[in-house]
Design a protein around this ligand. Structure first.
Ligand SMILES: Nc1ncnc2c1ncn2[C@@H]1O[C@H](COP(=O)(O)OP(=O)(O)OP(=O)(O)O)[C@@H](O)[C@H]1O
Ligand SMILES: [Mg+2]
Length: 342
């Protein structure tokens, strides 16, 4: 299942980290999904939203962050177990027990500098691809919190993830950030790029005619695939960034309209992932090559039962392909529970 999502807008402060947090907690507590958050921002914002500062410092001190994983895999070219850098038991929402995080560290900036200096971009991208290919099987959804701008690391996530989701404020500068991102996507298409899962309008002020104009304009461009659900500017979402040592329910953390909006948004995300999977399966089915379909005479020679209707030709191969692309393991069976707790 394609389920890895880079949350990205080249513009800063549009709510990327806050949204990663809120989506992860709602997917876990409300939809019962196993969620991995990969913190790819040197500021470690989402890591700090998911745990106490002392716990984050300890993980950083113990070398259990995304940076430590990448230093080993990319700079030292050594084999490391990705799950050693994944931490469970995070989030202050009492019923969001299936949220996991690969925390970040300020040293990420230095790692990126080394990658560029030593021209290790290829190895970086391969490590990111390898990491996502394993995480994709274990977790229901993987969310990557990208920093603003377009670093070499962000480019790797965008080329290796299945989807990107772009939060934007309904204002001129944030929309320009989306435009830069879209131009970047059009460069070097042969190198691969994540598919647009959707643009999410965040921090919309219902009283503002200007916000409404920008929202309508964004939604009018089909390429944006704007989510129906909009996130309003509310105090509760601003407060959500502050990790509390006292656990609370999902409803207490995201009360009233923001809770309803987050449930609506996460349902839309799951629907879009399922629809993309269905499209992929259908495409795989339609791409069966003629030489893969044995003609009745060949079938008979091979001992297979003959079929009357030509229309049924190829069904065996098609279902074989579909089976071949199904997830190798169900989340939870081999998965997130096996990941080291904090
Ligand atoms: N819907 C919302 N309502 C009110 N405040 C919000 C909302 N979404 C985000 N915020 C606030 O906006 C600020 C920026 O959010 P956040 O840090 O998540 O943005 P970001 O895009 O990750 O920023 P950066 O680019 O620096 O990583 C924070 O103070 C956050 O609490
Ligand atoms: Mg952020």
């Amino acid at each position: 299942m394609r389920n890895t999502i880079a949350v990205m807008n080249t513009k800063g402060g549009v709510g990327k980290s806050t949204i990663v947090l809120a989506i992860a907690e709602t997917l876990s507590a409300h939809h019962g999904k196993n969620v991995l958050v990969i913190d790819s921002d040197a500021q470690a914002s989402v890591s700090a939203m998911l745990m106490a500062t002392t716990s984050l410092r300890k993980l950083q001190g113990d070398g259990r962050t995304l940076v430590d994983y990448l230093v080993a895999a990319v700079l030292r070219d050594t084999q490391v177990e990705w799950t050693d850098f994944v931490v469970g038991g995070v989030s202050d929402v009492d019923d969001a027990r299936s949220v996991y995080v690969m925390p970040s560290d300020m040293q990420l900036t230095l790692l990126e500098r080394e990658v560029s200096k030593e021209s290790l971009h290829g190895r970086l991208r391969a490590s990111i691809g390898g990491l996502l290919s394993r995480a994709r099987i274990v977790f229901d959804v993987v969310l990557i919190d990208c920093p603003p701008g377009l670093s070499v690391l962000t480019e790797s996530w965008l080329r290796e993830a299945d989807f990107h989701l772009s939060p934007t404020k309904p204002d001129y500068i944030s929309v320009c950030g989306l435009d830069v991102f879209s131009r970047f996507k059009q460069l070097n298409p042969e190198m691969g790029f994540a598919e647009n899962l959707g643009v999410l309008v965040n921090m919309k002020d219902r009283q503002s005619a200007e916000d409404e104009d920008y929202h309508r304009w964004l939604a009018g461009n089909a390429d944006n695939r704007c989510f129906q659900q909009v996130l309003p500017r509310v105090n509760a979402l601003q407060q959500a960034a502050r990790f509390q040592s006292e656990e609370r329910s999902l409803g207490a953390k995201y009360p009233g309209e923001i809770g309803i909006a987050l449930r609506g948004l996460t349902a839309e995300i799951l629907d879009r992932l399922a629809a993309a999977e269905a499209r992929r399966t259908a495409n795989a089915a339609s791409q069966v090559q003629p030489h893969e379909v044995k003609r009745p005479a060949e079938r008979a020679a091979a001992g297979a039962p003959s079929r009357k209707a030509a229309a049924t030709e190829g069904i065996d191969s098609v279902s074989g392909m579909a089976n071949g692309t199904a997830p190798a393991a169900r989340p939870g069976e081999t998965g997130a529970r096996a990941v080291k707790p904090a």
